[in-house]
Design a protein around this ligand. Structure first.
Ligand SMILES: *Cc1c(COP(=O)(O)O)cnc(C)c1O
Length: 389
Protein backbone atom coordinates (compact mmCIF):
# COMPACT_ATOMS: atom_id res chain seq x y z
CA UNK A 1 0.00 0.00 0.00
CA UNK A 2 1.28 3.48 -0.72
CA UNK A 3 1.40 6.17 1.95
CA UNK A 4 -1.62 8.07 0.66
CA UNK A 5 -3.78 4.93 0.66
CA UNK A 6 -2.55 4.00 4.13
CA UNK A 7 -3.31 7.51 5.33
CA UNK A 8 -6.84 7.22 4.00
CA UNK A 9 -7.24 3.78 5.57
CA UNK A 10 -5.79 4.40 9.01
CA UNK A 11 -5.89 8.13 9.81
CA UNK A 12 -9.20 9.61 10.95
CA UNK A 13 -10.14 12.01 8.21
CA UNK A 14 -10.04 15.32 10.08
CA UNK A 15 -7.59 16.98 7.64
CA UNK A 16 -7.75 17.81 3.98
CA UNK A 17 -4.21 16.94 2.91
CA UNK A 18 -2.32 18.71 0.13
CA UNK A 19 -0.78 16.66 -2.68
CA UNK A 20 2.99 16.61 -2.02
CA UNK A 21 4.35 13.77 0.07
CA UNK A 22 7.19 15.60 1.78
CA UNK A 23 10.09 13.46 2.91
CA UNK A 24 12.95 15.83 3.73
CA UNK A 25 13.96 19.44 3.92
CA UNK A 26 16.82 21.85 4.43
CA UNK A 27 16.23 25.46 5.45
CA UNK A 28 13.19 26.76 3.55
CA UNK A 29 13.38 24.04 0.90
CA UNK A 30 11.36 20.82 1.18
CA UNK A 31 11.59 17.77 -1.06
CA UNK A 32 8.89 15.26 -1.93
CA UNK A 33 9.23 11.54 -2.60
CA UNK A 34 10.32 12.19 -6.21
CA UNK A 35 12.95 14.72 -5.21
CA UNK A 36 10.84 17.67 -6.39
CA UNK A 37 11.93 20.90 -4.71
CA UNK A 38 9.46 23.20 -2.92
CA UNK A 39 10.05 26.62 -1.42
CA UNK A 40 8.18 26.60 1.87
CA UNK A 41 6.19 29.76 2.65
CA UNK A 42 4.15 28.03 5.36
CA UNK A 43 6.80 26.64 7.74
CA UNK A 44 4.43 24.02 9.13
CA UNK A 45 1.91 26.74 10.06
CA UNK A 46 4.40 29.20 11.52
CA UNK A 47 6.21 26.48 13.48
CA UNK A 48 9.60 25.86 11.84
CA UNK A 49 11.17 29.13 13.01
CA UNK A 50 14.52 28.32 11.36
CA UNK A 51 13.30 25.97 8.64
CA UNK A 52 14.03 22.28 8.18
CA UNK A 53 17.08 20.33 9.39
CA UNK A 54 18.48 23.36 11.18
CA UNK A 55 21.92 22.43 12.57
CA UNK A 56 21.57 24.37 15.83
CA UNK A 57 18.13 22.94 16.56
CA UNK A 58 19.38 19.42 15.85
CA UNK A 59 22.42 19.94 18.09
CA UNK A 60 20.40 21.35 20.98
CA UNK A 61 17.73 18.64 20.84
CA UNK A 62 20.06 15.70 20.30
CA UNK A 63 22.51 16.80 23.01
CA UNK A 64 19.60 16.83 25.45
CA UNK A 65 18.27 13.54 24.09
CA UNK A 66 21.64 11.98 24.83
CA UNK A 67 21.58 13.13 28.47
CA UNK A 68 18.01 13.22 29.84
CA UNK A 69 14.97 12.96 27.53
CA UNK A 70 12.29 13.22 30.17
CA UNK A 71 11.75 13.43 33.87
CA UNK A 72 8.34 14.34 35.20
CA UNK A 73 7.50 17.75 36.57
CA UNK A 74 8.04 16.26 40.01
CA UNK A 75 11.72 17.17 39.43
CA UNK A 76 13.60 20.31 38.46
CA UNK A 77 15.25 20.35 35.04
CA UNK A 78 17.81 22.88 33.85
CA UNK A 79 16.58 23.50 30.26
CA UNK A 80 13.04 24.22 31.47
CA UNK A 81 14.18 26.68 34.13
CA UNK A 82 16.64 28.43 31.81
CA UNK A 83 13.95 28.78 29.15
CA UNK A 84 11.48 30.19 31.66
CA UNK A 85 14.06 32.71 32.86
CA UNK A 86 14.80 33.82 29.30
CA UNK A 87 11.10 34.18 28.44
CA UNK A 88 10.38 36.16 31.62
CA UNK A 89 13.40 38.46 31.23
CA UNK A 90 12.53 39.24 27.63
CA UNK A 91 8.78 39.78 28.11
CA UNK A 92 8.77 41.26 31.66
CA UNK A 93 6.30 38.55 32.61
CA UNK A 94 6.79 36.90 36.02
CA UNK A 95 6.09 33.18 35.65
CA UNK A 96 5.70 30.48 33.00
CA UNK A 97 3.58 27.34 32.77
CA UNK A 98 4.80 24.92 30.08
CA UNK A 99 2.59 22.63 28.04
CA UNK A 100 2.72 20.95 24.62
CA UNK A 101 0.56 22.98 22.25
CA UNK A 102 -1.24 26.24 21.66
CA UNK A 103 -4.53 24.75 22.74
CA UNK A 104 -3.05 23.70 26.07
CA UNK A 105 -1.38 27.09 26.57
CA UNK A 106 -4.83 28.66 26.15
CA UNK A 107 -6.50 26.04 28.34
CA UNK A 108 -4.09 27.08 31.11
CA UNK A 109 -4.87 30.76 30.46
CA UNK A 110 -8.62 30.06 30.68
CA UNK A 111 -8.30 28.11 33.94
CA UNK A 112 -6.05 30.81 35.35
CA UNK A 113 -8.43 33.62 34.36
CA UNK A 114 -11.43 31.82 35.84
CA UNK A 115 -9.66 31.04 39.12
CA UNK A 116 -8.34 34.59 39.35
CA UNK A 117 -11.85 35.98 38.93
CA UNK A 118 -13.44 33.51 41.33
CA UNK A 119 -10.72 34.07 43.98
CA UNK A 120 -11.18 37.83 43.83
CA UNK A 121 -14.84 38.37 43.21
CA UNK A 122 -16.65 35.13 43.95
CA UNK A 123 -18.04 32.04 42.27
CA UNK A 124 -19.91 33.88 39.50
CA UNK A 125 -16.84 35.68 38.18
CA UNK A 126 -15.81 33.16 35.54
CA UNK A 127 -17.04 34.86 32.36
CA UNK A 128 -14.60 35.47 29.51
CA UNK A 129 -15.07 37.75 26.52
CA UNK A 130 -13.33 36.79 23.29
CA UNK A 131 -13.76 38.02 19.73
CA UNK A 132 -15.73 36.85 16.74
CA UNK A 133 -13.64 35.03 14.10
CA UNK A 134 -10.98 34.25 16.71
CA UNK A 135 -9.20 30.91 17.00
CA UNK A 136 -7.92 29.60 20.31
CA UNK A 137 -7.77 25.83 19.79
CA UNK A 138 -9.75 22.60 19.56
CA UNK A 139 -10.15 21.33 23.13
CA UNK A 140 -13.53 22.00 24.69
CA UNK A 141 -12.25 24.95 26.73
CA UNK A 142 -10.22 26.57 23.95
CA UNK A 143 -13.01 25.82 21.46
CA UNK A 144 -15.53 27.55 23.73
CA UNK A 145 -13.28 30.62 23.60
CA UNK A 146 -13.11 30.41 19.81
CA UNK A 147 -15.62 32.82 18.27
CA UNK A 148 -16.57 30.57 15.35
CA UNK A 149 -19.93 28.80 15.71
CA UNK A 150 -19.14 26.61 12.68
CA UNK A 151 -16.32 24.91 14.60
CA UNK A 152 -18.43 24.48 17.76
CA UNK A 153 -21.87 23.41 16.65
CA UNK A 154 -21.25 19.68 16.15
CA UNK A 155 -20.17 19.11 19.74
CA UNK A 156 -23.20 19.89 21.85
CA UNK A 157 -23.27 22.55 24.52
CA UNK A 158 -20.07 24.52 24.89
CA UNK A 159 -18.52 25.28 28.29
CA UNK A 160 -20.63 28.09 29.73
CA UNK A 161 -19.32 31.59 30.37
CA UNK A 162 -17.90 32.56 26.98
CA UNK A 163 -19.13 35.63 25.13
CA UNK A 164 -18.05 36.95 21.75
CA UNK A 165 -17.78 40.56 20.64
CA UNK A 166 -17.34 41.76 17.06
CA UNK A 167 -13.76 42.92 16.40
CA UNK A 168 -13.38 46.65 16.99
CA UNK A 169 -16.70 47.12 18.81
CA UNK A 170 -15.95 48.61 22.28
CA UNK A 171 -19.64 49.16 23.02
CA UNK A 172 -20.31 45.42 22.65
CA UNK A 173 -17.47 44.67 25.11
CA UNK A 174 -18.86 47.16 27.61
CA UNK A 175 -22.34 45.70 27.34
CA UNK A 176 -21.08 42.14 27.87
CA UNK A 177 -19.05 43.29 30.88
CA UNK A 178 -22.12 45.05 32.32
CA UNK A 179 -24.29 41.97 31.91
CA UNK A 180 -21.85 39.31 33.19
CA UNK A 181 -19.23 38.93 35.93
CA UNK A 182 -16.26 38.96 33.56
CA UNK A 183 -12.80 37.86 34.72
CA UNK A 184 -10.96 38.31 31.43
CA UNK A 185 -10.83 39.52 27.87
CA UNK A 186 -8.96 37.08 25.60
CA UNK A 187 -7.79 38.16 22.15
CA UNK A 188 -5.37 37.50 19.33
CA UNK A 189 -3.70 40.73 18.15
CA UNK A 190 -3.62 39.34 14.62
CA UNK A 191 -6.36 36.80 14.02
CA UNK A 192 -4.27 34.21 12.20
CA UNK A 193 -6.69 31.42 11.33
CA UNK A 194 -9.48 34.00 11.07
CA UNK A 195 -7.85 35.62 8.01
CA UNK A 196 -4.77 37.53 9.22
CA UNK A 197 -6.93 40.35 10.62
CA UNK A 198 -4.72 42.90 12.37
CA UNK A 199 -6.44 44.51 15.35
CA UNK A 200 -6.40 48.29 15.51
CA UNK A 201 -3.92 49.73 18.02
CA UNK A 202 -6.39 52.16 19.61
CA UNK A 203 -8.97 49.41 20.02
CA UNK A 204 -6.42 47.14 21.74
CA UNK A 205 -5.29 49.96 24.04
CA UNK A 206 -8.92 50.63 24.91
CA UNK A 207 -9.35 46.96 25.79
CA UNK A 208 -6.26 47.15 28.00
CA UNK A 209 -7.58 50.25 29.79
CA UNK A 210 -11.02 48.66 30.16
CA UNK A 211 -9.48 45.53 31.74
CA UNK A 212 -7.69 47.70 34.32
CA UNK A 213 -10.80 49.79 34.99
CA UNK A 214 -13.06 46.76 35.53
CA UNK A 215 -10.46 44.56 37.25
CA UNK A 216 -10.24 41.94 34.49
CA UNK A 217 -7.23 40.13 33.04
CA UNK A 218 -6.06 40.89 29.51
CA UNK A 219 -5.11 37.54 27.96
CA UNK A 220 -3.24 37.72 24.65
CA UNK A 221 -3.11 34.60 22.49
CA UNK A 222 0.28 34.77 20.76
CA UNK A 223 0.35 31.13 19.73
CA UNK A 224 0.86 32.20 16.12
CA UNK A 225 2.16 35.77 16.48
CA UNK A 226 4.84 35.07 19.12
CA UNK A 227 8.47 34.07 18.78
CA UNK A 228 9.53 36.74 16.31
CA UNK A 229 6.85 36.04 13.70
CA UNK A 230 5.64 39.65 13.40
CA UNK A 231 9.06 41.33 13.61
CA UNK A 232 8.87 41.79 17.38
CA UNK A 233 9.52 38.97 19.85
CA UNK A 234 5.80 39.19 20.74
CA UNK A 235 3.17 41.14 18.81
CA UNK A 236 2.00 42.88 22.00
CA UNK A 237 5.21 44.94 21.82
CA UNK A 238 3.92 46.60 18.63
CA UNK A 239 0.85 47.73 20.57
CA UNK A 240 2.66 49.17 23.59
CA UNK A 241 0.45 47.22 26.00
CA UNK A 242 1.21 45.15 29.11
CA UNK A 243 -0.75 41.89 28.95
CA UNK A 244 -1.56 39.97 32.11
CA UNK A 245 -1.28 36.57 30.43
CA UNK A 246 0.33 35.59 27.11
CA UNK A 247 -0.06 32.16 25.56
CA UNK A 248 2.34 30.94 22.91
CA UNK A 249 3.35 27.74 21.10
CA UNK A 250 3.85 27.18 17.33
CA UNK A 251 7.30 28.74 16.71
CA UNK A 252 8.42 28.49 20.34
CA UNK A 253 10.55 25.36 19.93
CA UNK A 254 11.24 25.57 16.19
CA UNK A 255 9.30 22.42 15.29
CA UNK A 256 9.11 20.46 18.50
CA UNK A 257 5.81 20.45 20.39
CA UNK A 258 5.77 23.01 23.17
CA UNK A 259 3.35 25.55 24.58
CA UNK A 260 3.89 28.22 27.21
CA UNK A 261 1.56 30.42 29.23
CA UNK A 262 3.38 33.53 30.43
CA UNK A 263 1.89 35.05 33.55
CA UNK A 264 2.29 38.69 34.55
CA UNK A 265 2.34 40.44 37.90
CA UNK A 266 -1.43 40.78 38.38
CA UNK A 267 -2.08 37.06 37.81
CA UNK A 268 1.07 35.53 39.27
CA UNK A 269 0.45 32.89 41.95
CA UNK A 270 -3.15 32.17 40.94
CA UNK A 271 -2.38 28.64 39.78
CA UNK A 272 -0.98 27.38 43.08
CA UNK A 273 0.21 23.80 43.76
CA UNK A 274 -2.13 21.13 42.50
CA UNK A 275 -4.36 23.39 40.39
CA UNK A 276 -2.84 22.59 36.99
CA UNK A 277 -0.27 20.28 35.48
CA UNK A 278 1.11 18.42 32.47
CA UNK A 279 3.16 15.24 32.25
CA UNK A 280 5.13 16.28 29.17
CA UNK A 281 4.93 20.07 29.61
CA UNK A 282 8.39 21.64 29.61
CA UNK A 283 9.97 18.38 28.45
CA UNK A 284 13.78 18.78 28.55
CA UNK A 285 14.31 18.03 24.84
CA UNK A 286 11.65 20.52 23.73
CA UNK A 287 12.91 23.06 26.28
CA UNK A 288 16.56 22.71 25.16
CA UNK A 289 15.47 23.15 21.55
CA UNK A 290 13.32 26.15 22.46
CA UNK A 291 16.18 27.73 24.38
CA UNK A 292 18.40 27.51 21.29
CA UNK A 293 15.62 28.96 19.10
CA UNK A 294 14.84 31.81 21.51
CA UNK A 295 18.50 32.80 21.89
CA UNK A 296 18.67 33.36 18.13
CA UNK A 297 15.64 35.66 17.98
CA UNK A 298 17.69 38.83 18.41
CA UNK A 299 17.34 42.42 17.17
CA UNK A 300 19.13 41.68 13.90
CA UNK A 301 16.82 38.78 13.08
CA UNK A 302 13.72 40.80 14.01
CA UNK A 303 14.84 43.67 11.76
CA UNK A 304 15.31 41.14 8.99
CA UNK A 305 11.81 39.73 9.57
CA UNK A 306 10.36 43.25 9.29
CA UNK A 307 12.34 43.96 6.11
CA UNK A 308 11.21 40.70 4.48
CA UNK A 309 7.62 41.41 5.50
CA UNK A 310 7.85 44.85 3.90
CA UNK A 311 9.29 43.27 0.75
CA UNK A 312 6.35 40.82 0.50
CA UNK A 313 3.78 43.57 1.11
CA UNK A 314 5.44 45.87 -1.46
CA UNK A 315 5.47 43.08 -4.05
CA UNK A 316 1.83 42.09 -3.53
CA UNK A 317 0.18 45.41 -2.71
CA UNK A 318 -1.58 46.48 -5.90
CA UNK A 319 -0.34 43.42 -7.84
CA UNK A 320 -2.65 41.90 -10.41
CA UNK A 321 -5.23 39.62 -8.76
CA UNK A 322 -4.67 41.08 -5.28
CA UNK A 323 -7.38 43.05 -3.48
CA UNK A 324 -5.56 43.75 -0.22
CA UNK A 325 -2.58 42.69 1.88
CA UNK A 326 -2.69 42.42 5.69
CA UNK A 327 -0.39 41.28 8.46
CA UNK A 328 2.88 42.14 10.16
CA UNK A 329 6.40 40.89 9.60
CA UNK A 330 6.36 37.35 8.22
CA UNK A 331 2.67 36.75 8.87
CA UNK A 332 0.96 38.04 5.74
CA UNK A 333 -2.61 37.66 4.50
CA UNK A 334 -3.48 38.18 0.84
CA UNK A 335 -7.07 38.93 -0.11
CA UNK A 336 -7.69 37.93 -3.71
CA UNK A 337 -9.57 39.77 -6.37
CA UNK A 338 -11.97 37.15 -7.73
CA UNK A 339 -9.96 33.93 -7.60
CA UNK A 340 -10.35 31.35 -4.84
CA UNK A 341 -7.30 31.19 -2.55
CA UNK A 342 -7.24 27.40 -2.69
CA UNK A 343 -6.90 27.43 -6.50
CA UNK A 344 -3.92 29.79 -6.35
CA UNK A 345 -2.43 27.73 -3.53
CA UNK A 346 -2.68 24.53 -5.59
CA UNK A 347 -1.30 26.20 -8.73
CA UNK A 348 1.70 27.45 -6.72
CA UNK A 349 2.16 23.99 -5.22
CA UNK A 350 2.44 22.54 -8.74
CA UNK A 351 5.17 25.08 -9.41
CA UNK A 352 7.11 24.28 -6.24
CA UNK A 353 5.84 26.88 -3.77
CA UNK A 354 4.03 25.87 -0.57
CA UNK A 355 1.51 28.35 0.87
CA UNK A 356 -1.18 28.45 3.54
CA UNK A 357 -4.71 29.76 3.48
CA UNK A 358 -6.69 31.52 6.20
CA UNK A 359 -10.43 31.64 5.58
CA UNK A 360 -10.75 33.16 2.07
CA UNK A 361 -7.21 34.56 2.02
CA UNK A 362 -3.79 33.21 1.20
CA UNK A 363 -1.45 33.22 4.17
CA UNK A 364 2.32 33.56 3.93
CA UNK A 365 4.38 32.56 6.97
CA UNK A 366 7.85 31.35 5.97
CA UNK A 367 10.73 30.46 8.28
CA UNK A 368 12.15 33.64 9.83
CA UNK A 369 15.54 32.98 8.22
CA UNK A 370 14.29 32.26 4.69
CA UNK A 371 17.04 33.41 2.30
CA UNK A 372 16.08 36.49 0.29
CA UNK A 373 16.75 34.70 -3.02
CA UNK A 374 14.27 31.95 -2.18
CA UNK A 375 11.70 34.44 -0.97
CA UNK A 376 12.03 36.43 -4.21
CA UNK A 377 11.72 33.29 -6.32
CA UNK A 378 8.60 32.13 -4.46
CA UNK A 379 6.89 35.54 -4.46
CA UNK A 380 7.67 35.82 -8.19
CA UNK A 381 5.86 32.53 -8.86
CA UNK A 382 2.97 33.55 -6.61
CA UNK A 383 2.59 36.84 -8.49
CA UNK A 384 2.49 35.01 -11.82
CA UNK A 385 -0.24 32.70 -10.56
CA UNK A 386 -2.21 35.60 -9.06
CA UNK A 387 -2.03 37.47 -12.36
CA UNK A 388 -3.24 34.48 -14.40
CA UNK A 389 -6.81 35.21 -15.42
C1 LIG B 1 -2.65 27.39 16.12
C2 LIG B 1 -3.31 28.24 17.12
C3 LIG B 1 -3.85 27.69 18.30
C4 LIG B 1 -3.87 26.20 18.56
O1 LIG B 1 -2.59 25.70 18.68
P1 LIG B 1 -2.33 24.10 18.62
O2 LIG B 1 -0.86 23.98 18.83
O3 LIG B 1 -2.80 23.64 17.30
O4 LIG B 1 -3.09 23.50 19.73
C5 LIG B 1 -4.39 28.56 19.23
N1 LIG B 1 -4.40 29.89 19.02
C6 LIG B 1 -3.90 30.45 17.90
C7 LIG B 1 -3.92 31.92 17.74
C8 LIG B 1 -3.34 29.64 16.92
O5 LIG B 1 -2.86 30.19 15.79
Amino acid sequence: MDIRKMDETYIERTYGRFAPLLVSGAGSIAYDEDGTRYIDLGSGIAVNTFGFSDAQLIDAATAQLHTLQHVSNLYHTKPQVELAQLLCERTKMKKVFFSNSGTEANECAIKLARKWGIDRRGADCYHIISLESSFHGRSLGALAATGQPALQSAFGPMLPGFHYAPVGDMAAIEQLADENAVCSIMIELIQGEGGVNVLDVNYVRSLEAFCRERDMLLVIDEVQTGNGRTGALYAFEHYGITPDVVSTAKGLSGGLPMGATLIGERAEGTLCAGTHGSTFGGNPVCAAAALSVQRRIDDALLADVRAKGEYIAAQLQGAKGVKSVSGMGLLVGVELDGKAAIDVLKACEKRGVLLLSAKTKLRIAPALNIPMAELEEAIGILKEELARA
